[in-house]
Design a protein around this ligand. Structure first.
Ligand code: SAH
Length: 217
């Protein structure tokens, strides 16, 4: 069991307040962020940073996303309990934990073997049990499709057609698209078989690798 004491809960409540001030309005998303013990994802040396609104290194050259980014993408997905969600880029598992707190059924895929193995072992210890997959998520997971919602947590050069193909009718895809340094958040809704696109602010993610991502790392 992890230690989740009053101090950590206090820091987490402050983080939730900060996210509200930054424009996150969805109470379900704020509640979910308020529940996930983010400090459990951090090494001891970095523990004091767990409830800052910042991204942090988690090993294998990868990062745990900034809470604001996690909240923003989660809000735009309009998660309803029971939604089947595909996440590309498991990383630390923090975003997957937030989606599970929102009541989603989560399929998450990671391209780095060590990270996949670490998170597959670690996340269930916190009580979070998505379905874990190892491989190139830029192609989605066709065998488990369709999905009500798809979230890409790495920066893509294009919107992979594999992902829009795997969205169910009424489904939503949220994906950062741009160059390697910065990306614009893009939301695509499938309505009557048509793809409706909305764009939001800029973010900075690590690159999406693979066939429909940046091919050379
Ligand atoms: N969702 C994560 C953020 C991880 S950072 C969290 O909450 O912590 C992005 C992750 O995407 C990295 O772990 C990286 O290895 C992974 N990634 C990059 N390209 C990928 C691909 N084609 N398929 C699956 N994962 C990929």
């Amino acid at each position: 069991m992890i230690d989740d004491n009053y101090r950590q809960r206090g820091l987490r409540n402050n983080l939730v307040k900060k996210l509200r001030l930054k424009g996150i309005l969805d109470e379900n998303v704020l509640n979910a962020i308020g529940k996930v013990p983010r400090h459990a994802f951090f090494d001891n040396a970095l523990l004091s940073h767990a409830y800052e609104d910042k991204a942090f290194p988690i090993g294998e050259g990868q990062t745990i996303s900034q809470p604001y980014t996690v909240a923003f993408q989660s809000e735009k997905l309009e998660i309803k309990p029971g939604d089947k969600v595909l996440e590309i880029g498991t990383g630390s598992g923090y975003q997957a934990a937030v989606l599970l707190e929102l009541g989603a059924k989560v399929y998450t895929i990671e391209f780095q073997k060590k990270l996949y193995e670490h998170t597959k072992d670690f996340l269930p210890q916190l009580g979070y049990k998505p379905f874990f997959f190892f491989g190139d998520g830029s192609k989605g997971i066709p065998a488990k499709a369709p999905y009500n919602k798809i979230i890409v947590t790495a920066g893509a050069p294009i919107v992979p057609t594999a992902l829009t193909d795997q969205l169910s009718e009424g489904g939503i895809l949220i994906i950062p698209v741009g160059d390697r340094a910065k990306q614009q958040m893009v939301r695509i809704k499938k309505q009557n078989g048509k793809l409706l696109k909305e764009t939001y602010d800029d973010f900075a993610f690590v690159p999406l690798l693979g066939e429909q991502g940046w091919r050379n790392a």
